[in-house]
Write a protein that binds this ligand. Structure first.
Ligand code: SF4
Length: 88
């Protein structure tokens, strides 16, 4: 039920299909990242790099980016996503 509400709220924010794809991809990659073979070494390095940048960013609060409204950690695992202010 809460999941349905979350998806509905994404639509209310005017999210594009691309944003929703990133949201879905990021959550799936995050969940499957617990499998040792799911992410490549390069993707793991990218997730760590993004996390280090985001936690120091003034737009990051309460596990969310206040610029693009993406939730963490899913945003870190959506590899097509770009930081809205070009930090990664
Ligand atoms: S995605 Fe970009 S703007 Fe958002 S918290 Fe991370 S570094 Fe900051």
């Amino acid at each position: 039920m809460q999941r349905k509400r979350e998806i509905y709220s994404i639509r209310q924010m005017g999210a594009s299909v691309h944003d929703m794809k990133n949201y879905f991809e990021g959550n799936v990659n995050y969940l499957l990242s617990f499998l040792p073979i799911w992410l490549t070494k390069q993707e793991k390095v990218e997730v760590k790099r993004r996390a280090e940048i985001c936690v120091k960013c003034k737009h990051y609060s309460d596990k969310q980016c206040n610029k693009c409204s993406c939730k963490f950690p899913a945003a870190l695992y959506a590899f097509d996503k770009q930081c809205p202010i070009g930090k990664w």
